[in-house]
Design a protein around this ligand. Structure first.
Ligand code: ARG
Length: 592
């Protein structure tokens, strides 16, 4: 068992001995924010003391009295308002690194109690190109799913496509009256978007192009579609197929996979009975001709009832999401469902979760809306193309690869073009993904090509370069293949070569070793708080510690025992960098 897990277990036992009624699930160990004070820390005792009106420092002292971690830690310190700081003994540090070098773990272990987690992410809308807003959901959602999976949870990813709704009335009119076959062939999403925009401008009474006959026609096409008219259904299916083909091209390019793609239309047959059930149970009631759920007991939603059926009988986004939730619970029995969308949908999810709690008060499932801010241009306004259009994801990825190609060609003109293209692909896509993952997800961020492609700074190219540089040490030293393939939770690693004895003496060696040990804790923090930025910052810090080590501690030129020991540190760093980037959905290169 890894030291932080042993410490956590013993800490929970000690807390249980002092406070037999305490909920130990929240008694966790985290990396110490400042390595000066220790390797690990817990702040759990302060919350426990507060809830019981105890003196937190006294509680901390009582827990320490019952806590036995002397085999792996130096004496535990009570700090500040009641933190406990733990510092590993050097022997424990060396042992853990050694077992990692033998391939027994990579500083993380599968969780003891795996959870079933549904991750709902990406979820673009049919007949519309994916834009930069969907990129953040796709990239964040993918890295959360990867992290949870790596930690041993059972993850189910579901792409909740927007493939049903009033827009299809307009799209059908456009398809029947304005379709340009050649444009549809060349770029189906662009053509469908053109149809939608042309017709919707004519269906909007506020716009100069408004045309009542057009609006009536769109409505009647929608009614026909909903009634199962074969012609309209066939067109609708074709629109979905064309859209999905283009989405899939982007997902392949990004290396993103979904276990399921159940669009909104899948839930259509459930909507009417659902509204009836909510009404029969007294959860929904009629209000101004529509059907709504009120939240008298929730101050923040008191003025914001959720509409589940409009006065014209139509169901909406909330109705569909309720049916989706019911389906997921019946089918997968998840412990947790995570929805990754932009900040503008916060009210929607608050309402959804609140209706669900009235509907199924017994359900223990945890529901989380993982929301994120917008991507801004360098002028601080919403990110747009020069002509003022929304930026399409595929264009953005093309540009990333093109710009990375220029950088690579300037740096390594001697490489043949196909090799430079492949490096540019990995660096360009990695840079875009990392730019999305690095900022705190709840803040807006400014998209800057120069910043995200920089080779020094907290960027993907920097980390990819750090990895490739370590690999070049092994090539130069002719030490052979060491980094093992990215491990799966079932078989942590299979590298049995790095079992040279370790000697950690230089402060830079110790600092690097301590950072390596934190990898698992950081992965757990990412999974608990849904924040891949923790991992980005950890990897950047790790790469910095490696640089300090490499500048101060000769590796290939040192004498045999030290050289072997330092090569182990190099190898473990490379493995953590590779695994960490993999969890972010970013590929690495052996040579750059
Ligand atoms: N299709 C929606 C959009 O593009 C996102 C759907 C998110 N998932 C959900 N279950 N509501 O805004």
């Amino acid at each position: 068992m890894l030291p932080h897990k042993i410490i956590e277990q013993r800490l929970q036992q000690a807390v249980g001995a002092v406070l037999p009624d305490a909920d130990l699930a929240n008694v966790l160990v985290r990396p110490c924010p400042d390595p000066k004070f220790g390797d690990y820390q817990t702040n759990a005792l302060m919350a426990l003391a507060k809830a019981r009106k105890l003196n937190p420092r006294q509680l901390a002292a009582d827990v320490v009295a019952k806590l036995d971690v002397a085999d792996s830690c130096q004496p535990v310190e009570v700090a500040g308002a009641g933190f406990l700081n733990f510092r590993l003994k050097p022997e424990a540090l060396v042992q853990t690194l050694q077992s990692a070098a033998r391939g027994e773990h990579l500083f993380f272990e599968p969780v003891l109690r795996p959870r079933t987690v549904v991750v709902d992410f990406s979820s673009p809308n049919v007949a519309k190109p994916m834009h930069v807003g969907h990129i953040r959901s796709t990239i964040l959602g993918d890295s959360l799913a990867r992290t949870l999976r790596l930690l041993g949870h059972r993850v189910i990813t579901d792409n909740h496509l927007g493939d049903w709704g009033t827009q299809f009335g307009m799209l059908l009119v456009g398809w029947k009256t304005l379709l340009a076959a050649a444009s549809l062939q060349a770029d189906p999403l662009a053509e469908m978007e053109r149809l939608y925009q042309t017709v919707s401008a004519q269906c909007d009474p506020e716009k100069p192009a408004f045309n009542q006959a057009m609006l009536d026609r769109a409505r009647s096409e929608l009614v026909k579609l909903q009634a199962g008219d074969p012609e309209n259904l066939a067109i609708w299916r074709e629109m979905i197929a064309l859209s999905r083909a283009q989405f899939d091209t982007i997902y392949r390019r990004l290396g993103v996979k979904f276990d399921h793609t159940l669009g909104e239309s899948f839930y259509h047959p459930r909507l009417q009975p659902l509204v009836q059930e909510l009404r029969a149970k007294g959860i929904a009631r009629e209000s101004e001709g529509a059907m709504a759920v009120f939240f008298e007991d929730l101050p923040q939603l008191k003025e914001q009832p959720a509409l589940i059926q409009k006065s014209d009988g139509a169901f909406n986004y909330t109705t569909t999401d309720l049916a989706t939730l019911a389906h997921r619970l019946e089918t997968w029995h998840p412990d947790e469902i995570i929805y990754v969308t932009d900040a503008r949908q916060q009210l929607h999810f608050q309402q959804l979760f609140a209706v669900f709690r009235q509907w199924h008060p017994e359900a223990g499932v945890k529901l989380a809306h993982v929301w994120f801010g917008s991507i801004l241009g360098e002028d601080g306004k919403p990110f747009k193309t020069r002509s003022g259009d929304t930026v399409k994801l595929s264009d953005l990825l093309d540009e990333a690869e093109e710009r990375a190609f220029e950088v690579v060609s300037a740096k390594s003109p001697e490489l043949p073009e196909p090799a430079r293209r492949e490096i540019a692909r990995i660096v360009g896509l990695g840079a875009v993904k990392y730019a999305d993952l690095l900022p705190n997800r709840q803040s807006d961020y400014i998209f800057s090509w120069d910043k995200l492609l920089a080779l020094n700074g907290n960027t993907a190219p920097y980390l990819q370069y750090a990895y490739a540089r370590i690999r070049s040490i092994f090539r130069k030293g002719n030490v052979g293949q060491r980094v093992s393939p990215v491990p799966s939770p079932q078989s942590p690693t299979t590298n049995h070569q790095s079992s040279a004895p370790l000697h950690l003496a230089a402060p830079e060696e110790l600092a690097l070793a301590r950072r390596l040990l934190n990898f698992g804790l950081v992965l757990e923090a990412v999974a608990d708080d849904y924040r891949p930025n923790f991992l980005c910052n950890y990897l950047y810090d790790l790469a910095g510690c490696f640089t300090a080590f490499y500048e101060n501690c000769p590796v290939l030129k040192s004498e045999a025992r030290q050289r072997a020991s330092r090569l182990v540190l190099c190898d473990l760093t490379a493995r953590v960098l590779k695994q960490g980037l993999d969890v972010l959905g970013i590929e690495t290169l052996e040579q750059m």
